[in-house]
Design a protein. Sequence first.
Length: 365
Amino acid sequence: MCKMIPFLDLKKINEQHRKKIDLAIEKVLESGQYLLGKSLEKFEQEFAVYCGTKYAVGAANGLDALDLIIKAYEFSKDDEIIVPANTYIASILAISKNDCRPILVEPDINNYLLDPDLIEEKITKKTKAIMVVHLYGRVTEMRKILDLAKKYKLKVIEDAAQAHGATYNDKKVGNLGDVSGFSFYPSKNLGCLGDGGAITTNDEGLADKMRALRNYGSHIKYHNVYKGINSRLDEIQAAILSVKLPHLDDENEKRMAIANYYLNNITNKKIVLPSAPPQKKSHVWHVFVIRTKERENLQQYLAENNIQTSIHYPIPPHKQKAYQEWNHLSLPITEKIHQEVLSLPMSPVLSLKEAEKIVHVINKW
Ligand SMILES: *Cc1c(COP(=O)(O)O)cnc(C)c1O
């Protein structure tokens, strides 16, 4: 019997760093400080340096990172934020929970990212920001978006939760707009052993404000200047992230090697492969997403051959029960994507041998 190839083997990923992680956890335990201590400060500095920004601010998770960004800007009720219609629900939740309106814009079918040519027609007097989402690990084409933001005085927020380490013209994700939200959920390219998130920016005032907002709105204990939330990246997670960050580029390279192997060797005509990224590092392959009209059939065939796959995502935000007010909308590109996408195994610990088997089975389908 063949062994199952898992969609993602998190244990194997973290096992690589086991000794250093054990040591890091022990050090935090010994320190007696478990929140807002030296480990967080250290990781925030390292992550800012990595992204090329002046500041990084830890948060409890990626959704909170985006939430803190929107809170910090103090947008008014019903202000509008443009967001790709095919994003993960968290991008949209961060907007709607702050009483702002997510304005859904269709993605480009060739890269699954916000289509810059469809944005301007959606801009109104209420528009305050464009949230780009570097979905699947691929960087959004920023030039037109940055020009539009300048023309209409809009903030550019990056949802960078799937693209740690990806670059756009030699600048890193997290440093392409005004401010960015990251997630360190275990399965992300940089993942901790629980929940974690961060914000990066070059805006000192904004960074300072978010440091207060994440801690009940206070810089000084019991002095609350904002109606904040409780959303801190804890010391243990920060220490683990400091262990893993130096390996991120290497791990992304391994993802690129697997992706290139898939791109060069999957030849089945019933499958649409992801388009090649414009530059080598403009895609860090958080997931490798193919499309086919016979998705259920392919997924089942792969399962029968001991290959586990996943779907990112099966239901678009505007068809979710949670957003019933949008259920009548027709967004054909987004709907087509959600009906046809399938994610193949992808990770820095997937072996070439496993990739060979996956390609072989797919080409036989
Ligand atoms: C994972 C993710 C988030 C949310 O991160 P959490 O840490 O799970 O809250 C936000 N946006 C995108 C695109 C994501 O993939």
